[in-house]
Unconditional design. Sequence first.
Length: 313
Amino acid sequence: MKSKILIIGACGQIGSELTYKLREIHGDNQVIASDISYGNLDIVNSGIFEILDAQDATSLKVCIEKYEINTVYLMAAMLSATGEKFPMKAWDLNMSTLFNVLDLAKNGQIKKVFWPSSIAVFGPTTPKDGTAQYTIMEPSTVYGITKQVGERWCEYYFNKYGVDVRSIRYPGIISWKTLPGGGTTDYAVDIYHKAIADNHYNCFLSENTELPMMYMEDAIKATVQIMEAPANNIKIRSSYNLAAISFTPKDMVASIKKHLKNFTIEYNPDFRQEIADSWPSSIDDSHARQDWNWKHEFSLDHITKEMLTNLAK
């Protein structure tokens, strides 16, 4: 059966680039982009686009039926830093959208679901280095709590109702195509914008804060790969650990200085430092590499070259 795909949150950082990739693979008319507003006119104008609030179960059901959707990528979420400012809004958005999609799949109206989790499911008590797939998970942010609970529900719907739901725990994502979306790892995107514009960056994390990161192309590749893998290969139905590289703001500065020798930085940690301190510094993603042949491509210096070259244009 040919995939008829709905992307919810298609104007977001990952959603927008995922939309382009899936349209490239499946064709423009097979991939319906949706969001709560016209937040990215390139996405709106590049194919079929629907204004859709996935918190409204009826509107979602109508959209699924209208386009005969069989695969949903649920990319809408309130991220970590924004979620701390609006805890109940984050809870409502992140959980109600997931239940609405899972229930449609349980009732047979959707065949396959992708739902992104995050390294935010881990917390201050999680072992920080080489964080294992199965480990202590006591998240200390609203975002992390919603993702941990979401993982449990995804696994439950698979075990109880046979819903083919697949998930990966994204690390920090770096991209030049879209602006930061309110996450704690967003410094790793913003720093390149400021390097080009001002040759200086005011960093909200301390210089030795090591976090797992990934270039957007790797993240999109992983997302497509897990969804294209045979169902029997997907052994984990909560969410897979996913990793590429880990680095600190200090490492980023050294990488940027290879291109912009006069680049300077100040460190003024704010409330996001506490969030970052609760997350792992590196991730063991051996299950993803074994089960569906995940492999990253981009190093830090490769990312820096891509970011500076493209942003300069």
